[in-house]
Write a protein that binds this ligand. Structure first.
Ligand code: SF4
Length: 688
C-alpha cells in the first residue's frame, strides 16, 4: 500500500527510556512503517529513532501472541478459557490466600513497560484490593540504587538534566553505560556533540562502543567504581580544582566527605581498580576545568552490592565541581525500560512509597491515600522484588500477580527463581506471550501491547509523553488497566474509570510532582517534564537550578569509603563475569526474539573473552566455552575480543537458552536498595 492510504498515529516508543516519538503507519492490523514525528513536537528525539523503534514490530502479530486467557485443566495443562472463567479463577485464588494467610501473603510485580495510568492502578490494586504493600517492579533489578543514592544527596531519584543538556555540555563522564547500544538516540547525540569538540571520558570494564568516540577511555576492574570516583574527587580537592563557591552556598557535608576520600590516592586507586594513576589525574582535571559536565551512568554503576554508594559518590563528584542545576550540567542516570521512570517509580508501585515518592511511613501521606482509596494502608513496607522470592521460599508469600515482567529469566540466580515460581501456591501472569514466567502460572491473562492502548510514559529525562493506540488489539486481549478494573470490581471494589485520562486526573490530584499533568495537556504540549505542580506550572526542564529537593535546600554530600564486590575471584573461580546488553536485543527478548529481521543479528548468546585469556585456555573464536560459577554453568560460543580485560568475561542478558542468570546470585544485594550484584560474579571457564 502507498503511505497516503494508511492510517497514521503518533505514539511513544515502547522499547527504551529515551522515549522517542514517531508516526506509525498501519492498516489497522499491522505496523507497516514508522518515521520520527514532527520534530517540533518531539524534543526528545528530533529526527532520530533507532533500529528497534523503526523496525521491531514483528512481535505484535507473532503466531504465539496470547489472544485468549489460559487456565490449567485437570491434568495441569493450559487450555483456553473465557474472560469470565479466568477472572473467577483469579478471584478464587486470591481470596483463598487472603482468607487463610491475610492479604500480606499476596504480591504484585508491576510493569515498567505498562503506562503510568496502569502502574498507578497496580499500586492501588495491591493496597486497596489485595491489602498488601508487597508491590514492586523491575526497577529493583536496575536503577533502585540510583533512586536511593540521588534521593539522599539531591532529593529526587531522577535525572537532573534534560536531553538538551546532553547535547550542549562541554564534557561527559560516562560510566557503566553502553549508551550506543542501550540508549541509541542519546548515544548519537553525545557522539555528535563530541565531534563538535566536547570531551568524553568513559570509565568501564568493557570497551563499549561509545568508548570509540572518547577523548579518554579508561578500563577498570568491575566492582570498584566508588574507589576510582573517590580518587577523582580527592585529586580535584587536592589541587584546589573544586567549586568552593558552589559548595559554600549550596552543599553540606563537604569536610566529612573530603576526609573519607583521603585514602584514595591515585596510586592506591590504580592498585585496586587497574585504572592508571595518570588517567585518574587526567580525568579529574578535565572534569574540574570544563565549564559544564554531565555525569551519565546506567547499570554498570547500579547493579552492585554497593550500587547506592557508587551513585552517591557520583553525586558528590557532580556537586563538588558545581555541575548541577545549570545548562549543560547535571546527573543523568539512563533509565532502561521505556517507562521505568514513570511506571517503575513515579506511580508508586513500590513497597515503601506511594505515588510521587511519598513515603508510606508518613502518617499524613497514608491518611491522604486511605481517604482517597477508601482502605487501610499499613505503615510497614512490603517486600522488594528481590526479597519476594526469598519470602516465598520461606512460605511468607503465597501468591503472586506478575504483570508484564519475566522474573523467571530476569531475576538473579535463575534456578532459585524458577523453583519459587513452581512452588508458589497461586501465580497469575498477565502478558503478551507465554513467557518463561507464564509457564509456571495457574492463570494467564492476555494483555495489549503499547501499540494497542492509550496512556502516558515518562522517559529518562522526566518527560511525560502520550501513548496512543495505532492498531486494533489482538484477539480478546485487553489493556492492563481494563483487566485490573475488572478484577478489582469482582473482588468487591467499585472502579468505574471510563478511560485512562480519568486515571491520570486521579493521579494528578494525589501526586504533587504530577499536579499539573493531564493527558490533554501532554498531547497539546508534546511532553511535560515533572515536577509540574499545577495546571499553570510549565514543568521543569532542569532540576536544582535554585534549590535541592532536601529539607534545607542544599545538596547533602556523603562520605563514601572503600567498598568491594561481595564475591571476588579466587583460585577456583579466577575470572570476573559481567553482564550487559546488545543493540539488536531488548531485555529478556519477549519482543525482539519474535522479529525475524532483528534476529538476523545477535540471535544467540555468547561470551566475550580477551585474546590473552583465550590463548591461556586454548580457546579460539567461535569455540563453545563452559562458564561456571558457584550457582551453575552455561555453555556459549566464544567471541575473542580485546573489548574486555584479561581478568573479565562478558555475557549478554537477553537469552533464555544458556541464560546468564544461571550464574548470577540471588543472595548478594545492595543493603539499601536491594539491587542484585548482576555485574560481578566469580567464574571459571573451560573449552568444551
Ligand atoms: Fe525506541 Fe530507544 Fe530506539 Fe528511541 S532509542 S527508537 S526510544 S529503542
Amino acid at each position: 500500500k502507498r503511505l497516503e492510504e494508511l492510517t497514521v498515529d503518533t505514539t511513544t516508543c515502547g522499547y527504551c527510556a529515551v522515549g522517542c516519538r514517531f508516526d506509525v503507519y498501519s492498516d489497522g492490523n499491522e505496523v507497516l512503517a514508522t518515521r520520527p514525528a514532527n520534530p517540533e513536537k518531539t524534543p526528545v528525539n528530533g529526527i532520530s529513532t533507532c533500529v528497534k523503534g523503526k523496525f521491531s514490530y514483528g512481535f505484535v502479530n507473532a503466531n504465539d501472541r496470547l489472544t485468549k486467557p489460559l487456565v490449567r485443566n485437570e491434568n495441569g495443562e493450559f487450555r483456553t478459557a473465557s474472560w469470565d472463567e479466568a477472572y473467577e479463577r483469579v478471584v478464587e485464588g486470591f481470596e483463598d490466600i487472603t482468607d487463610n494467610y491475610g492479604g500480606e501473603a499476596l504480591s504484585v510485580i508491576a510493569s515498567s513497560k505498562a503506562t503510568n495510568e496502569e502502574n498507578y492502578l497496580m499500586g492501588k490494586f495491591a493496597r486497596q484490593v489485595l491489602g498488601t504493600n508487597t508491590v514492586d517492579n523491575c526497577n529493583r533489578l536496575c536503577h533502585s540504587s540510583t533512586v536511593t543514592g540521588l534521593a539522599k544527596t539531591f532529593g529526587y531519584g531522577a535525572a537532573s538534566v534534560s536531553i538538551e543538556d546532553l547535547e550542549t555540555t562541554d564534557c561527559y563522564l560516562i560510566t557503566g553505560s553502553n549508551t550506543t547500544e542501550a540508549h541509541p538516540v542519546i548515544g548519537t547525540r553525545i557522539k555528535q556533540n563530541v565531534r563538535d569538540g566536547s570531551d568524553l571520558i568513559v570509565f568501564d570494564p568493557r570497551e563499549v562502543p561509545i568508548a570509540e568516540y572518547a577523548t579518554q577511555y579508561t578500563q577498570v576492574n568491575p566492582g570498584y567504581d566508588a574507589v576510582w570516583i573517590n580518587g577523582l574527587i580527592r585529586h580535584i580537592i587536592e589541587n584546589d580544582l573544586h567549586d568552593e563557591a558552589f559548595i559554600e552556598e549550596r552543599a553540606t557535608g563537604f569536610e566529612d566527605m573530603k576526609e573519607a576520600v583521603q585514602e584514595f590516592t591515585p596510586e592506591r586507586v590504580e592498585e585496586i581498580t587497574g585504572a592508571p594513576a595518570a588517567e585518574i589525574k587526567a580525568a579529574a582535571e578535565t572534569i574540574a576545568t570544563a565549564d559544564t559536565c554531565v555525569f551519565g551512568w546506567a547499570l554498570g554503576i547500579t547493579e552492585h552490592s554497593h550500587g547506592t554508594e557508587n551513585v552517591t559518590a557520583l553525586a558528590n563528584l557532580a556537586a563538588i565541581t558545581g555541575n548541577v542545576g545549570k545548562r549543560g550540567a547535571g546527573v543523568s542516570p539512563f533509565r532502561g525500560q521505556n517507562n521505568v521512570q514513570g511506571g517503575g517509580g513515579d506511580m508508586g508501585p513500590l513497597p515503601d512509597n506511594l505515588p510521587g515518592y511519598q513515603k508510606i511511613e508518613n502518617d499524613d501521606v497514608r491518611e491522604t491515600f486511605e481517604d482517597a482509596w477508601n482502605c487501610d494502608i499499613s505503615a510497614d513496607r512490603g517486600y522488594y522484588t528481590t526479597e519476594m522470592f526469598h519470602a516465598a521460599d520461606a512460605g511468607e508469600l503465597r501468591g503472586m500477580y506478575c504483570i508484564g515482567e519475566n522474573p523467571a529469566l530476569s531475576e538473579p540466580g535463575k534456578g532459585h527463581g524458577e523453583t519459587v515460581l513452581e512452588n508458589i501456591d497461586f501465580l497469575v501472569v498477565q502478558d503478551l506471550f507465554l513467557n518463561e514466567t507464564a509457564k509456571y502460572a495457574d492463570v494467564v491473562l492476555p494483555a495489549c501491547s503499547f501499540l494497542e492502548k492509550e496512556g502516558t510514559f515518562t522517559n529518562t529525562d522526566r518527560t511525560v509523553q502520550k501513548v496512543n493506540p495505532v492498531i486494533e488489539s489482538r484477539g480478546d486481549s485487553k489493556p492492563d488497566w481494563v483487566i485490573l478494573q475488572d478484577l478489582a470490581n469482582r473482588l468487591g471494589r467499585e472502579w468505574d474509570y471510563e478511560n485512562t485520562a480519568e486515571i491520570m486526573e486521579e493521579i494528578r490530584q494525589l501526586t504533587p510532582i504530577y499536579g499539573g499533568i493531564t493527558q490533554e495537556r501532554v498531547e497539546r504540549e508534546g511532553g511535560i517534564q515533572w515536577p509540574c505542580f499545577n495546571l499553570d506550572h510549565p514543568g521543569t526542564q532542569r532540576l536544582y537550578t535554585e534549590a535541592f529537593n532536601t529539607e534545607d535546600g542544599n545538596a547533602h554530600l556523603k562520605p563514601i569509603g572503600y567498598s568491594e564486590p561481595m564475591e571476588t575471584p579466587d583460585d577456583t573461580y579466577p575470572l570476573t563475569l559481567t553482564t550487559g546488553r546488545v543493540l539488536y536485543q531488548y531485555h529478556t527478548g519477549t519482543m525482539t526474539h519474535r522479529d525475524e529481521g532483528i534476529m538476523t543479528y545477535n540471535s544467540q548468546n555468547f561470551v566475550e573473552i580477551n585474546p590473552e585469556t583465550a590463548a591461556n585456555y586454548d580457546i579460539a573464536d567461535g569455540d563453545p566455552v563452559c562458564i561456571e560459577s558457584r550457582r551453575g554453568e552455561i555453555t556459549v560460543p566464544a567471541q575473542v575480543t580485546d573489548r574486555v580485560g584479561t581478568d573479565t568475561v562478558f555475557v549478554p542478558m537477553h537469552f533464555a537458552e544458556n541464560a546468564v542468570n544461571e550464574l548470577t546470585d540471588a543472595e548478594r544485594l545492595d543493603p539499601e536498595a536491594k539491587t542484585p550484584e548482576f555485574k560481578v560474579s566469580a567464574v571459571c571457564i573451560r573449552p568444551v
